[in-house]
Design a binder for this molecule. Structure first.
Ligand SMILES: [Zn+2]
Ligand SMILES: [Zn+2]
Length: 404
């Protein structure tokens, strides 16, 4: 081989080396490129993920911005509430101060209430005492009533006996009167009869005397002494008969007068008997009745004064289910209190003392039982009064006014 060829061979060898080297490099680059492509794919994948994440984040950001708005509003609202609470706190503090101040007033009112309760207790004690007195009076009256009743019974019996006696005497009197009248009639008849006879005799005598006068004037001379004597005798006989008749008549009149006097005397005796026995008893009965009436009136007055204490000032009836207001102490019916409450916007207001504020209302049990007992007793009293009125009917000629 020549130099050139040598050189050529070397350069080919070098070139081969270079090519080989270049081939290595290319392979290396290729593998590097593949690695890079792999990396690019990975990066692209990661980029996609980032994009998705970004989108999510953007969404979240949007949501959170609206939430932030809401929070801001909420915070503003809470701040407002806080301000209100602060203001209310301030007001409460003020009120607390007022309340502390008012407590002192309440203490004063409580003391007043205590005093009122004490006064009411005294009033109850007084009422109880009055009730006791009324009860005692009632017992006394009842015994008096019983006594009066028995006395009245005896008197009624005696009166009936007296009436029977009177009747008997009256019938006897009437009988006697009839007898006397009959007798007087007979006497009158006899008198009339005799008067008639006398008149007839007189007429006869007149006729005879006229005849005699005529005959005397005509035949005075002829009249014998015998005839004259006969006439005189006749005249004398007639006179005697007339005198006897007159005497008989006088006797009859005397007898009639005697009978009349007897009747008058009997009547007088009868009247005396009545005034001596019947009248004094009636007088005594009337006096007892008068005394009873005055006692009864006293008792009724006491009863009335007790009654006014148990009257409700609103309905003016006996207090029903009594309720007492404090501090004024006035008592009303349960229904009346409810009515007063309704009339004053659901606040109890005492109609007796409008200037006092009512603190409390309580059920007054002692007064309730007292009222119940009193009501029962009143109905008992009314029935007793009507009974006494019935009793009075049996007392005749009574001038004492009726018991109420
Ligand atoms: Zn009152
Ligand atoms: Zn009432």
């Amino acid at each position: 081989m020549d130099g050139f060829s040598k050189q050529q061979t070397i350069s080919i060898k070098e070139r081969d080396n270079v090519i080989q080297h270049q081939q290595y490099t290319i392979a290396e680059i290729k593998s590097q490129s593949e690695g890079l492509q792999e990396q690019i794919r990975t990066l692209e994948f990661q980029l996609d993920q980032v994009r998705v994440f970004n989108l999510k984040m953007e969404k979240q950001v949007k949501v959170s911005s609206t939430k932030e708005e809401e929070w801001r509003e909420e915070v503003a609202r809470l701040q407002k509430i806080e301000a209100q609470i602060r203001q209310e706190n301030e007001q409460l503090r003020e009120k607390l101060k007022e309340m502390i101040h008012a407590t002192e007033g309440v203490n004063v009112q409580f003391l007043e209430m205590k005093k009122n309760v004490e006064a009411k207790r005294e009033h109850f004690a007084q009422l109880s005492q009055e009730l006791e007195e009324a009860r005692n009076l009632y017992a006394v009256l009842m015994t008096q009533k019983k006594q009066l009743q028995s006395e009245l019974g005896v008197m009624v019996k005696q009166r009936n006996e007296a009436i029977d006696n009177n009747r008997h005497l009256e019938t006897t009197l009437l009988k006697k009167e009839r007898e006397i009248n009959d007798l007087l009639g007979k006497v009158n008849d006899t008198i009339k009869e005799y008067e008639g006879k006398l008149t007839a005799k007189e007429e006869q005598m007149w006729a005879i005397s006229e005849k005699l006068n005529e005959e005397a004037s005509k035949k005075e001379v002829d009249m014998s002494a015998v005839e004259r004597e006969f006439l005189i005798e006749m005249e004398r006989k007639i006179d005697a008969q007339a005198r006897a008749h007159a005497e008989e008549m006088e006797d009859l009149v005397k007898t009639a007068r005697l009978r009349e006097n007897q009747v008058l005397e009997m009547t007088k005796k009868l009247n005396d008997m009545e005034t001596q026995q019947y009248e004094p008893r009636m007088e005594r009965l009337r006096a007892i009745e008068k005394d009873f009436k005055s006692r009864m009136e006293e008792y009724l007055l006491a009863e009335e004064s007790l009654e006014t204490a148990l009257i409700c000032p609103k309905c003016l009836q006996f207090v029903q289910h009594p309720q007492t207001l404090t501090p004024c102490g006035h008592t009303f019916c349960r229904d009346c209190v409810a009515q007063m409450k309704a009339e004053h916007y659901d606040r109890v207001h005492c109609q007796e003392c409008p200037e006092v504020t009512v603190q409390d209302v309580f059920r007054n049990e002692p007064l309730e039982s007292l009222t119940e007992r009193f009501t029962r007793r009143k109905s008992l009293m009314i029935s007793m009064m009507s009974w006494i009125k019935v009793l009075r009917v049996f007392v005749p000629g009574s001038q004492v006014g009726a018991v109420r």
